[in-house]
Design a protein around this ligand. Structure first.
Ligand code: GCV
Length: 606
C-alpha cells in the first residue's frame, strides 16, 4: 500500500511546494491552492493563537497561529461549519505525538505498517510523505512529534550523536508546519561513551549530557526536548544508583534548560518482576508511590508524563490518581492512539468518548501538556484501518480544546474524510463510531477487570494469560468471586484518590458498574444496581457485544464508502467479528467453568 491517501484532507487540493520553510509560508501556499483570498496578519507575539474575521477575509495570528487559522478556515468551509469567533488559543502549549518507532523500521505496538521514518537501522523516509504528515498534524494543531521509541534500542542512540545532520534535515521539513521534533533518549547513554556510571549526581554524567545537548541544539535549535522512559520495564534509570526520579529528571532537564528544551519523563514505573503469589503489591499503586511525594521537587522544564489510567491503556480504567496528586509539578496526560489493547486497528474503536470520561473525572487543568502514542505507520492510509484516523484527528482537536465534544470531533472527521457521503449515512457512521468503544468493552474483559488479553500480542482473549505471571496483572478469579479488593480493607489503592473520587469508588454500591471489578472483589451472585447478578451481567454483556459487532457489519455494508475504504473496513470487520466471538465464548466459558452458574437465557456456554 504505497499510494498517497490524504485521510481527512480532501479539502486540500494538491501537494505543497517543497521549498516552504515557515508555517506562515505554508499558510499562504495552502490558501492559494484552495483559492481562498484571505489576508494574513502576522502578530509575532500571538504565537500559536489565531482569529479569523467574520467574513473569512483576514487571518490574524502568530507565525504558527496563522497556519492553524488557515486550516480551520478551510476545514470550516469544507464542512459548512461556522468558525469560532474571537482569539483561539490552545489549552496546552505542548500537544505531542509519541512514535514508538525503532531504527530497524519496526514499530513497537504498531498496527499500520512499518516506521514512517526508519528502515534497516537508519533514517529512511519519503520527504513528500513527511510533508503530508506535517500537514495532517498541523491541520489539527499537533505541534510536537517524538520520532523514536521510548524503549531506545541500538542504533537509535545515534539520533543525538552522529545522526544529528539527518535529524536536522527532518526537523527542517516539519518546521514549515509548526511541528517540532523530540527524541527519546536512553537514560544510560553516557555509559556507551566510557563513563562508568549513569548516576545522575555524578559530575561526569551531568557534564556528558550538557556537552552532548549543546551539540544537539547546534544541529536542531528548536528541538522540543527529550522523552525518557527510565526504571520501567527493565530500562535503566536512577534507581540503580539509589537516586529518586526528581534527581534523575532534573539532571537531564538542566542540560536542556539553556536551549529552551523540555524533559518529558514518563511515570510508567512499576515492578514488572512481581511474584503472582504476592497479593500485597498492587501495580496500579506504583506510579503514585514513586512520584506523588516528589511533588514540587522537579525543575521547571520537567514534564511528568502519566498514562491516563494507573495500569496500562486498558479498555476501562479509572483516571490515574497520580494526575490528581501533583499540583506543584508540570504534568502531561498520555493517551494511546495505537490500539494495543483496543483492537489493533482491526476492531473499530473510536477513543473520544473515553477521553471525555477521563477528563470529566480529572478536570482539564490538572495537566499542562498532552501526549498520545502514535497510531501511524507506512500503510497507504497511515493508520491501518481507515477509521482509525478518527483518533489522530480528534486527538489534535481535543489537545487544542478539551471541551470539544466527541460527537462534534467525530462528525467533523466524517464530514471531511467522506465529503461526498450523504447526511443520513454520515450520521449512521458517526453513531457507529461513537458506540464502538462500548461494543468492544462489552465483549472483552468485564467491568473494569483488565488484562484478560492474549499474552504478548495483546489481541484476542487470554483470560489467564497474565494471571500467573510477573507483570502485576491479576484478576484472582476462583469459584466464588473475582477481582481485587482495592479499598481501605484491601490493597488501599482507593486511598490514593482525593475524597470525592474515593467516596465514589470505595464501596461496590457507590462504584459505577463499569469499574466495579477494578476496585472490588465480588461474588458471582453479587446483585448489581439493575437487579442482575454479576455473573449474569458478564454473560449478557459478552453475548450483546458479539451481537453488536455483527450488527456493525450490517451497518457498514450499507454505507456508501469509497471502494478502497469499504474493502478495507469490511475485511477488518470480519476479523473483528471473529475476535468478538472468541472473546465472548472464551470469557463466558471461563467464568462458567469457575462459577458453575447457568445463563438465565439458556444461551450456549462452552
Ligand atoms: C514502549 C506497554 C507496552 C510496551 C510499551 C510500554 C510503555 O507495556 O506493552 O510495548 O513500551 O507499555 O508504555 O512504555
Amino acid at each position: 500500500m504505497n499510494e498517497k491517501r490524504h485521510l481527512w484532507l480532501p479539502f486540500l487540493k494538491s501537494d505543497l511546494p517543497e521549498n516552504l520553510t515557515t508555517p506562515a509560508q505554508t499558510a499562504r501556499a495552502e490558501l492559494e491552492q484552495a483559492g481562498i483570498a484571505a489576508k494574513l496578519n502576522l502578530v509575532t507575539d500571538m504565537g500559536e493563537s489565531w482569529s479569523v474575521s467574520k467574513d473569512g477575509s483576514e487571518i490574524t495570528g502568530g507565525e504558527t497561529g496563522v497556519l492553524y487559522g488557515a486550516y480551520r478556515l478551510m476545514m470550516a468551509r469544507a464542512a459548512g461549519e461556522a468558525l469560532p469567533t474571537g482569539v483561539q488559543t490552545p489549552r496546552y502549549p505542548l500537544r505531542m505525538i509519541n512514535c514508538w518507532d525503532n531504527a530497524d523500521g519496526d514499530v513497537e505496538r504498531g498496527y499500520s505498517g512499518r516506521s514512517l521514518f526508519f528502515e534497516g537501522g537508519k533514517f529512511d523516509y519519503d520527504p513528500a510523505r513527511m510533508r503530508q504528515l506535517g500537514r495532517l498534524l498541523a491541520s489539527v494543531g499537533i505541534n510536537v512529534l517524538c520520532i523514536n521509541n521510548v524503549n531506545v534500542r541500538d542504533p537509535a542512540h545515534r539520533l543525538i550523536e552522529d545522526w544529528l545532520p539527518e535529524l536536522a534535515k527532518l526537523a527542517d521539513i516539519f518546521r514549515a508546519f509548526g511541528v517540532r521534533l523530540m527524541v527519546s533518549i536512553d537514560y544510560a547513554q553516557p555509559i556507551r561513551h566510557g563513563i562508568p556510571t549513569a548516576d545522575p549526581l555524578d559530575e561526569r554524567v551531568a557534564q556528558w549530557w550538557i556537552e552532548q545537548t549543546k551539540k544537539v541544539y547546534a544541529a536542531v535549535p528548536d528541538l522540543a526536548g527529550y522523552l525518557v522512559k527510565a526504571d520501567s520495564e527493565s530500562r535503566p534509570g536512577p534507581f540503580t544508583y539509589g537516586r529518586n526520579h526528581a534527581e534523575g529528571a532534573n539532571m537531564l532537564a538542566r542540560a536542556l534548560a539553556p536551549h529552551g528544551g523540555v524533559l518529558v519523563w514518563r511515570c510508567f514505573v512499576y515492578n514488572c518482576q512481581q511474584d503472582w503469589r504476592d497479593a500485597k503489591t498492587d501495580r496500579p499503586m506504583a506510579a503514585y508511590q514513586h512520584y506523588a511525594y516528589l511533588d514540587g521537587q522537579f525543575d521547571k522544564n520537567v514534564i511528568l508524563q502519566v498514562k491516563n489510567g494507573p495500569y496500562d491503556f486498558q479498555v476501562r480504567e479509572p483516571v490515574s490518581p497520580t494526575l490528581l496528586a501533583m499540583p506543584k509539578t508540570t504534568l502531561a496526560i498520555e493517551f494511546q492512539l495505537a490500539q494495543e489493547y483496543t483492537g489493533h486497528q482491526i476492531d473499530i474503536y473510536a477513543m473520544p468518548p473515553m477521553w471525555r470520561e477521563v477528563y470529566a473525572d480529572m478536570g482539564a487543568d490538572r495537566v499542562q501538556a498532552i501526549a498520545a502514542v502514535s497510531n501511524l505507520g507506512r500503510d497507504g492510509n497511515y493508520t491501518g484501518h481507515p477509521f482509525a484516523a478518527v483518533n489522530l484527528f480528534a486527538y489534535g482537536l481535543f489537545a487544542w480544546n478539551p471541551d470539544e465534544t466527541p460527537e462534534h470531533m467525530i462528525a467533523l472527521w466524517c464530514r471531511l474524510t467522506y465529503p461526498d457521503m450523504d447526511a443520513a449515512s454520515r450520521e449512521t457512521l458517526v453513531g457507529l463510531l461513537m458506540n464502538s468503544r462500548a461494543v468492544y468493552e462489552k465483549y472483552t474483559a468485564p467491568l473494569g477487570l483488565c488484562w484478560m488479553v492474549a499474552r504478548g500480542v495483546h489481541y484476542g482473549p487470554g483470560p489467564d494469560d497474565y494471571e500467573y505471571d510477573r507483570w502485576g496483572t491479576y484478576h484472582r478469579a476462583d469459584r466464588d468471586a473475582v477481582g481485587i479488593d482495592r479499598t481501605a480493607n484491601g490493597t488501599g489503592y482507593v486511598l490514593q484518590y482525593p475524597p470525592e473520587l474515593r467516596a465514589r469508588y470505595e464501596t461496590p454500591e457507590s462504584c459505577p458498574d463499569e469499574l466495579k471489578l477494578f476496585f472490588h472483589r465480588l461474588r458471582y451472585d453479587y446483585v448489581m444496581a439493575d437487579g442482575r447478578t454479576l455473573i449474569q451481567r458478564i454473560y449478557d454483556d459478552h453475548f450483546e457485544g458479539y451481537e453488536q459487532a455483527k450488527a456493525m457489519k450490517a451497518t457498514l455494508e450499507n454505507l456508501p464508502l469509497p471502494s478502497r475504504d469499504r474493502e478495507e473496513a469490511l475485511e477488518r470487520m470480519d476479523r473483528q467479528i471473529k475476535n468478538a466471538r472468541e472473546w465472548c465464548d472464551i470469557v463466558n466459558a471461563f467464568f462458567h467453568r469457575f462459577s458453575g452458574a447457568e445463563d438465565a437465557h439458556g444461551r450456549t456456554l462452552y
